[in-house]
Write a protein that binds this ligand. Structure first.
Ligand code: DC
Length: 226
């Protein structure tokens, strides 16, 4: 069983993806973390982000591993745990830039498909193009969204907890910039699959969204109570 969760940043995709994966005993794949790992690898190498060939080569060579249970997923880049390092706003922007390169997407999409197909009981994947490109035949597709102000508020709190110092206004500007890039890129822009279930999480708390998603999953997985 494959569950696709797409949507803009800060809509709650990863938290809800982890909750669903844990609840249903599925593998959880944070595809944004893979783009972030590539963004970090490029930044660390000192390569200019405009140098597409070099960025593609770095992506090809990068060994990206997602290890552990959904709620404690660890991200390794070339054997080094980069789980915290990839969560900074700078790496978020770097990820958004490298994700506009078609060859980079091709490499990561192949990796994502392989991991999803290999998962014994199936997987929950969260990203921007899961239901449209990576798994267009996913069993269930969710598109989570929320007003930019609500998403910025959540990201701001999240980053503060992690010890990053930025203001709410900076976080909102960062979200708007990333939204614009994700929606306007030529290859696999953020878009809603025709058969996706759209959920606006602006006014809902996590439990409410989780319940709503489980409700939609009824009949699709034996693990969801009838
Ligand atoms: O979900 P996130 O904020 O960790 O994603 C970081 C960036 O990676 C985001 O700006 C767009 C890109 N991304 C993508 O293009 N396709 C995906 N499936 C996941 C993320």
């Amino acid at each position: 069983m494959i569950i696709a969760i797409d949507g803009p940043s800060g809509a709650g995709k990863s938290t809800l993806g982890k909750m669903l994966a844990k609840n249903l005993g599925l593998l959880y794949l944070d595809t944004g973390a893979m783009y972030r790992a590539v963004g970090l690898a490029v930044a660390k190498s000192g390569t200019n982000f405009e140098n597409r060939d070099e960025v593609i080569e770095i992506t090809r060579r990068a060994k990206i591993e997602l290890v552990g249970e959904p709620e404690n997923l660890q991200v390794f880049l070339n054997g080094v745990n980069v789980s915290n390092e990839i969560r900074t706003p700078e790496v978020g922007q770097a990820a958004s830039i490298v994700s506009t390169i078609s060859e980079v997407r091709k490499i990561l999409v192949e990796h994502q498909r392989m991991l999803g197909e290999m998962a014994e009981n199936g997987a929950v994947l969260d990203g921007r193009d899961i239901g449209t490109v990576v798994f267009p035949n996913a069993d269930v597709k969710f598109f989570l969204t929320a007003k930019p102000e609500a998403r910025a508020g959540r990201r701001y709190e999240e980053e503060r907890t992690r010890g990053h110092v930025s203001t709410y206004e900076e976080t909102l500007a960062e979200i708007n910039l990333r939204d614009a890039r994700d929606v306007s890129r030529e290859d696999s822009p953020l878009s809603i699959a025709a058969d996706a279930i759209v959920v606006d999480t602006s006014e809902l708390d996590l439990t409410e969204v989780h319940e709503l998603m489980l409700e939609k999953l009824k009949g699709k997985s034996e693990k969801v109570k009838k």
